[in-house]
Structures are given as C-alpha cells and as structure tokens.
Design a protein around this ligand. Structure first.
Ligand SMILES: [Zn+2]
Ligand SMILES: [Zn+2]
Length: 561
C-alpha cells in the first residue's frame, strides 16, 4: 500500500512540475519577446539621434519637444479659425493645401468645425530617422478638446455637458541635414531663421525681408505630416521599395518624403475637383490625358470630413519618355451627392496613383517640401489654378519640373488588372514582405474576409471587439469599419497587394504576437480567418509556433548585444 501512494505522490509532483515548468518557460518566452522588441526600438532610436548630433551638436530632444507642443497649439487654433497665416511658415505645401481645401468643403456644407479648450495631456518623441536627404522626427501627441460644429443660420448650441474628446495624433517634422539648433526664435515662433525678421506670410512662403524660402526645411523644422493614431505605422525611410535604389543611381536626390508630400497635394486637389465638379484644380498637377479622362467621368458626389490615412510609394520605374512612380492611398470620408446633400456614413477607400516625370529630369532637394511652388522661380502656384507660372511662364503640367498625375483609379480595379479574379487564393507568389501594417488596414481586410458572406456573426463580432481592445484601437473605429462594410463602402481590399492569403495570415499572427503570446480570442479569430481560405487549424498552430520561436530568438539576440 505504502509504495503505491508513494509512487502516486511522485507522479503527481512530477506532472505538476512539468506543467509549472512549461508555464514558466512560456512566460519567459513572452517576456523575452516583449523586452527584446522594446530594446530594439530604443537602440535604433539612439543610433539615429547620434547621426543628428554628429551634424548639430546642440540638438536637444527636450527643446524640440517643447517647440513642437507650442506649434501644436498654433496649428489647431489656425485650423479652427480657418486662418493659416500664423502657422504657414512651418507647415509643408501639402498640409497647407489640405487645410485650405477642408475649409472650402466646410463652407460649401455651410458648417464649420471648430476646436475649443484644447490641452495637450501627453507628448513624446517616438521616432527619429536621419539619412542624407532629411532628418525626421515623429512626435506622438495626446490632447483633449471640444470639437463643436457651427451650422450657419443656427444659434450656437451650448453643449457644456459634452465631455472633452481625447485624441492621439502623430506629427512628423523634417529638416535638411546640417541645419543647426539655435537659441534664437525660429519659424514656429514666427521669426525668419535667416534674418530674424518677424514673418508675415500668407500664400507666399518667402520672408518679406530677406527673400528666403523659409519653409523648405533649409532653416528649421517643418511639419510634413499629421497622422491619426489608428492609421499610424512607423515607416522607416530606408524601407525597401521596389526600384528606389536603382532610381537613386540616376537621380541621387530622389526621395520618398518629397514625392509623398507632392501626392498629398494632388489628392486634396482631387477632392476639390470633385467638390466643384470641375477639373481646374488639377490642371497644374496632372497630365492633360488625365484631365481629359476626369472630364469624361461624371462626378456626382464629393466628400466631407475627409482623412487621408496612408500615402505610400509602392514602385519606381524607368520609362522611355516618362519615369513612373506608383503609390497607394488609403483614406476615409463621408460621401455626399451633389443633388442630395446628405452625408452618407463614413466610407473607406483605397486608390492607386501613377505619377510621371520626363525622363532625365532630376529632383531638387534644395526646394524641400515646396511641392506647390514654381521650380523655375520659386513663386507660389496661384489660387486661380493655372497650368503655367505667372512670373516666369514655366509650364507646370508637362512633367518637366516635377512629378505629375497620370492616373488615379480605385485600388480594386488595379489589383484585378494585375492579378485577375483569383487574387488571394493563390499561394504561388511568395513575395517577402517586411512591411509593418497599420491597424486599420489589417482590420478592414480582416472584416472584409469575415463578412464576405454578408452577415454579421455575433461570435465574430465579439472576437473582433477583443482584438481591437488588445490593440488599443478605439471601439468606434471598428464599428465604423463594420458599418462601412455593411453599406458596401469598404473599398480597401487587403493590407497590401503583394500579399497572398498565406502572407496575410502570417502578418496577422505577428501582430497578435507583439505582446509575446496569442490569447484565446485572437487564436479563434485566426482560425476563423483561416477557414475562409481553407487553412487547417494544425497549420495555423504550426505557423504561430514558428513565428514565436523566431521572435524569441531575435529578441534574445537583441537583449544580449
Ligand atoms: Zn528673412
Ligand atoms: Zn516661375
């Protein structure tokens, strides 16, 4: 009797030990992955910061952070008052263009979006990049404010009971390498960094005293981009884009921030063209063949409350007459028909853009983010949208100065043209993709797949709720995307055209593993996703295991070094 009990006790103890040991091991892997990823981030940041310090020894993150906070208040107030003069000196042409057109859309709608009682609750420098063309800083700013809408002819409602809205945004600042940090006031403080005069700018970005083009990034930091939290993904300037390095051999100053700013302007001019049902806003930035195409398409609607989420170069190609850059744009807005005037629920859209430039033309880095200024003489492109410079008569739309729009088509059309209808089900194209996806793209792709049968399944909805909660994405973002899917207004097909279903699954797994483990809800969600593409549970488990081991190895290496 005794020995049997003894054996049993040993057996139980051993099994418990194994289970506990396994739990411990699991926890260790989880912690290692998390710590490794954090350290990797910090290390990268420090290397980039040292590159900036090497050229500018007074560079201070504390100083620039406080200046950026100050700038944040100035920009928000300018936007709310629909008067950009106080901020014009330190924002790019793309942002300025975007804001002007947003104001016009609001005026057409006879309402006015305002920002009141704003306070910054947190701000931090979250990313630094330095290459030979630009120094780039990414700030994460969280603020609280009221966002009332004033409707023309109606008394202002006193909504004192409405709680303040909290928002997190990412602001990207750039300047040219070698610019020095100074103790004197600069562009953000309303002073010309070249001659010290107080700046009085409107359309022109030229200092009235010394004639320098101040917002080129040649003198001080310039705000290049504002991204909402849900759409944010840290894009390393050195990410591998098909064709870029080959192209830079011929045109060394060709760089991504410049063309993305240019395309931002083109995008907003497109919105304006839809608003006024006329192609004139595009004349200076599009090839005549596209203008013809635009005029043939009927523009029965425009958009309000537009947010440009993603603007990303996907390919650069040499051509015989024109070189070509392909871009993917993702954005959202409320569609309004010109006859009905009632805004629809938020729609999510993706467009594929082709920009062209005459073969042999080279980029001019000295012009910085002056995408809407004449390259011949530096004068601003005038308000009345002409195809040539009023001062020096250079033609804007021949592709002889800068990249111009050749085509703008829905992303889905582009994919169908490229891959035919079998997209996603084929597992042949094993394109290695190192990109990090923004949560909204992944989420909308996921929802499109899950809701392909047209029903909103309660269990699936529950899993998605958990998924956004774990990723700290606002519930309202998920709800809006689902509504858009139900209304057929979700036009983003997948996070990336180069991904097949298999690559997509791996991306989802990696996203789930960012905190070191796949929780039960996430696992069920992955299974649901897999079902739609005939992946077996056993295959999915294997992929999770493989990915986790890979992340663990990488993290351990990082922690050791
Ligand atoms: Zn000056
Ligand atoms: Zn000119």
């Amino acid at each position: 009797m005794f020995p049997l009990i003894f054996i049993l006790i040993i057996a139980v103890a051993t099994i418990t030990g194994i289970i506990e040991g396994k739990k411990y091991h699991n926890k260790k892997i989880k912690n290692t992955i998390m710590r490794g990823m954090q350290k990797q981030g910090l290390k990268k940041q420090l290397i980039q910061q040292n590159k900036i310090r090497h050229l500018d020894k007074h560079f201070s993150t504390a100083l620039i952070t406080s200046r950026v906070e100050n700038a944040f208040y100035i920009i928000k107030q300018a936007w709310s008052e629909q008067d950009l003069s106080s901020s014009r000196a330190f924002i790019s042409d793309g942002i300025s263009e975007a804001y002007q057109i947003q104001f016009e859309i609001q005026q057409t709608q006879q309402h006015r979006r305002k920002i009141e009682n704003m306070i910054i609750t947190n701000s931090e420098l979250v990313g630094i990049e330095a290459d030979k063309h630009f120094e780039t800083l990414h700030f994460k700013i969280t603020s609280r404010a009221d966002y009332p809408i004033e409707i023309k002819g109606r008394h202002k409602q006193t909504d004192s009971w409405v709680p303040l809205t909290t928002k997190t945004e990412y602001l990207t600042y750039v300047r040219l390498p070698g610019v020095q940090t100074r103790t004197l006031p600069g562009l953000i403080e309303g002073t010309c960094p070249n001659c010290g005069s107080i700046l009085a700018l409107s359309q022109s970005v030229q200092c009235q005293a010394c004639r320098s083009l101040v917002c080129s990034g040649e003198y001080d930091w310039i705000l290049a981009k504002i991204t909402q939290e849900a759409q944010w993904r840290f894009q390393n300037a050195k990410r591998q884009i098909n064709g870029v390095s080959d192209y830079q051999v011929v045109d060394p100053a060709f760089n991504i921030p410049l063309i993305e700013d240019r395309v931002t302007s083109v995008f907003w001019r497109m919105q304006k063209a839809w608003l006024i049902q006329n192609s004139t806003p595009l004349i200076a930035v599009a090839h005549s063949s596209y203008i013809e195409k635009f005029n043939q398409l009927s523009t029965a609607h425009f958009f309000d409350n537009v947010q440009l989420g993603l603007c990303e170069v996907s390919k650069v190609q040499f051509g015989e007459d024109f070189d070509k850059v392909s871009l993917l744009l993702k954005w959202q807005g409320n569609k309004i028909t010109h006859t009905g005037k009632v805004p629809a629920a938020t729609g999510y859209y993706a467009h594929h853009l082709t920009m062209i430039r005459k073969t042999g033309v080279k980029s001019d880095i000295k012009k910085g983010l002056h995408s809407l200024h004449c390259y011949g003489c530096g004068a601003p492109q005038s308000d009345n949208y002409q195809d040539r410079c009023e001062y020096c008569d250079s033609l804007f739309n021949q592709g002889e100065q800068d990249w111009i729009l050749q085509d703008f088509i829905p992303h889905i059309e582009h994919i169908i043209k490229m891959k035919g209808q079998e997209f996603a089900l084929s597992e042949t194209a094993q394109v290695k993709s190192d990109r990090i996806f923004d949560p909204v793209s992944l989420l909308s792709g996921l929802i499109l797949v899950l809701f392909a049968d047209g029903r909103v399944d309660k269990q699936e909805k529950h899993l998605l709720d958990q998924f956004v909660k774990n990723r700290r994405i606002a519930q309202s973002v998920l709800d809006e995307i689902i509504t858009a899917a139900e209304n057929g207004q979700l036009d983003m097909l997948t996070p990336d055209e180069t991904l097949d279903a298999s690559g997509w699954l791996d991306q989802l797994i990696e996203m789930c593993l960012a905190d070191g483990q796949v929780c039960a809800e996430e696992w069920k969600l992955l299974l649901k996703f897999g079902e739609k593409f005939n992946f077996l549970a056993i295959d999915i488990n294997l992929r999770i295991k493989r990915k986790r081991q890979q992340l663990y190895r990488q993290s351990r290496q990082t922690l050791k070094s």
